[in-house]
Each structure stands twice: as C-alpha cells, then as structure tokens.
Design a binder for this molecule. Structure first.
Ligand code: UD2
Length: 351
C-alpha cells in the first residue's frame, strides 16, 4: 500500500515536472520571438548603453486617505474632444483631471522639474515675461530648475523666484541664422542633460521663450514622454500637416502616415526619455546637414518623425500651446501657455 502511494507521488511529480519544462520552453521561445519582432531603431539600440545615470523613476500613484474630491464618472465627461490616443495615452484637456487630486498625489514625491529655455540674441527680451508668468502658473509648489541658454548672460533679467526654484544661466554661442539657433537646441539639451540635468532633476520640459503662461500648468502634464499638439493643425488631416516630405531627409514622413502635428515649442518627460529623443534627433539633424538638407521645420520636423514611431505616453492638448494671434476656439476652455505675437524681422538675426 505504502509502496504504491509512493509510486503514485513520484509519477505525479514527474508529470508536473514535464509540464513545467514544456511551459518554460514554450514561453521562452515565444517571448524571444516577440522581442525580436519589436522594431528597434538601430541608432537608439546602439546608444542605449551610453546613457548618463538619471534620477527619473516610475513611482506608484498614491493619494492621501480622507481626501475629499469630486466623484469621477465613467458616463459624464468631455464629449466634445478626444481625450485618449489610439495607443491609449491620455490627451490632457480642462475637465479631464482633478487638480486637487493630482497635486495631492505628486507634491509629496518631492520632484524636481528641469525647465530649459533658449534666449539667444534678441530673444533675451522675452525672458522676463516668460519667467514671471512661469512663477505664477508653472509647476507651482514643485522644485523647478530653470536652465537659461543665452549668448547674452548679462541681459538675463533678475526675477524673484519662490522657494524651491532655482535658475542657472548657461552661455551658448549666437548665430546669424535663426534656423540654426532653433535646431541646435536638441544638441545643447542633450549635452546639458549629460553634464548636469541628469543629476539635478526627475522630469524635464523644454519650452520656447517667446511665450507666456496664463493659467495652471501642473503635474497633470507629467509623463514618461510628453508632447503637445500644435494649435495650428489640430483640426486638419495628416496630409496637410507640414511634416518633412522629402524622402532624402531623416525627418521624412510619408503622406499616409502621422498621428498629430506636434509643436516644437514643448518637449517633456522623464530626463532619460527626453535625453534619448534629443540624442536621436540631433544625430538625424546632423546626417541631414551632411547631405545638405535642412528639414522643413528644423528640429520640429525631426521631433514629429521621432514621435511618430516612439509614441508619447502623454499628449497635451493645445491648451498647453496656444498662439496669441489665434482666436480662442470653443473646445479650448483654458489657455495655459501661449506664444506671443512677435515681429520676426525685429527679433530674428535673419528673416
Ligand atoms: C516654431 C515652433 C518652435 C520651433 C520652430 C522651428 C511652436 C509654437 N513654435 O516657432 O518651437 O520648432 O518653429 O524652427 O511650435 N530662438 C532664440 N533666438 C533666435 C531664434 C530662436 O533664442 O534668434 C529660440 C527661442 O527659444 C525661440 C525658439 O528658439 O522660442 C524657437 O524659435 P521661434 O520662436 O522663432 O520659432 P517659430 O516661432 O517659428
């Protein structure tokens, strides 16, 4: 009796063992196949090992007990705009988030947000309004480190910063071509992340200086890779987006591809993800330059190409990038950040 129950046990263990072995072989074969099928950009793959050490890390979304806020609904919400992309990233509009809840979740994390802004040549005159309005509306209550890149460090205005906020001025060369100033931002942001920002911040936002904040821009905008929909093209079809259309350019996007047209005035996300973006875009820009090609909208074209195949994890609606010359539309309930009207002939080194 005892002998036969032992045999049964051995047989059972053997059968379980064989199943486990078969399961292991099956899953390792298929997961390897799945990994192999993911198209990885060669340049990104070869460079992924040379990333600087960064502070960015995914945290749990924890809110405090007994916090009172409006009950969320699965039936009532914004119906006049799309609030999610086809790859399930949120599109942030007024009414899609609760600022009290968002602040309660993110403020205890003690995050530092790097904010880069270029003010080269006469664009230094936009700095005061940019900084003063950022102090009122941008990431209020968070540690913010502004990095101002300029060729005129003595003209950087002194602006009162609230506690936890800090400003560094970094000297960069001027140029006779605005296209070059705009495009070289990718390279300079990349090298500054390597030398400094990777150690000093969790998230980064890279913004245009000829702009002002008008309303809250807070932690609802935080994400791994964040892009903003350009206010000039959100009502148009992909065929009329001003993507780079020449196949010879590294920024090329065919007519039948494209999700949204993203504005070059804002890129954001984890320091690590923005680092990879700037490194790849800089490389592609340099390959184009070596072939005497300048993409239609410089780094904005390379950004759009990058984001087409490396989808952003969060998309900001045009509330986060408006233009003062454009009349407010009905779906834009709040204008949070907007480009000022400028006289191009007056502020740019070339027209
Ligand atoms: C669009 C984009 C901008 C950029 C550019 C591409 C929006 C709303 N704007 O704006 O982000 O992609 O097209 O060429 O998406 N700068 C200087 N000094 C100069 C020239 C430029 O500091 O002499 C810096 C400054 O931070 C400025 C930024 O580069 O905000 C972009 O230049 P722009 O504002 O002249 O470009 P714009 O208005 O054509």
């Amino acid at each position: 009796m005892r002998f036969s129950s032992n045999v049964k046990l051995y047989v059972l263990l053997l059968v379980v063992g064989i199943f486990l072995l078969l399961g292991y072989v099956y899953f390792s074969f298929f997961s390897e196949r799945l990994n192999r099928d993911i198209p990885v950009d060669e340049y990104q793959k070869n460079n992924s090992l040379s990333k600087p050490m960064v502070r960015s890390r995914v945290r749990n979304i924890v809110s405090s007990e007994k916090l009172l806020y409006k009950q969320p609904s699965v039936l009532v919400g914004r119906t006049d705009v799309v609030t999610v992309t086809p790859w399930l990233a949120s599109i942030i509009w007024e009414g899609t988030f609760d600022p009290v809840l968002v602040d309660n979740i993110y403020k205890p994390m003690n995050l530092t947000i790097a904010t880069t802004v270029f003010a080269v040549g006469k664009y230094v005159s936009f700095l005061r309004d940019f900084l003063e309005t950022a102090e009122k509306h941008f990431m209020v209550g968070f540690n913010v480190r502004y990095y101002v890149f300029t060729d005129r460090p003595h003209d950087v205005p002194s602006v009162n910063l609230t506690q936890g906020r800090h400003l560094s001025v970094i000297q960069v060369p001027g140029s006779n071509r605005w296209q070059e100033i705009s495009a070289r931002r990718m390279e300079i942001i990349q090298t500054t992340i390597e030398s400094q920002i990777s150690r000093e911040a969790d998230y980064i936002f890279c913004l245009d200086v000829d702009s002002k904040f008008h309303a809250r821009w807070g932690a609802e905008s935080l994400g791994r890779l964040v892009a903003v929909i350009h206010p000039g093209y959100y009502e148009q079809t992909r065929g009329s987006f001003p993507y780079e259309r020449r196949p010879a350019s590294m920024a090329y996007i065919p007519m039948d591809e494209g999700d949204y047209y993203y504005g070059g005035a804002m890129i954001g996300g984890f320091v690590e993800d923005v680092y990879t973006l700037t490194k790849v875009c800089r490389h592609r820009f340099e390959v184009d330059a070596g072939n005497s090609i300048e993409a239609a909208w410089q780094e904005e074209s390379h950004l759009n190409r990058y984001l087409l195949y490396n989808k952003p994890s969060k998309v900001l609606s045009p509330e986060y990038l408006w233009q003062d010359f454009k009349a407010k539309t009905k779906e834009v309930k709040v204008i949070r950040f907007s480009g000022v009207i400028k006289n191009y002939a007056e502020v740019r080194p070339n027209v």
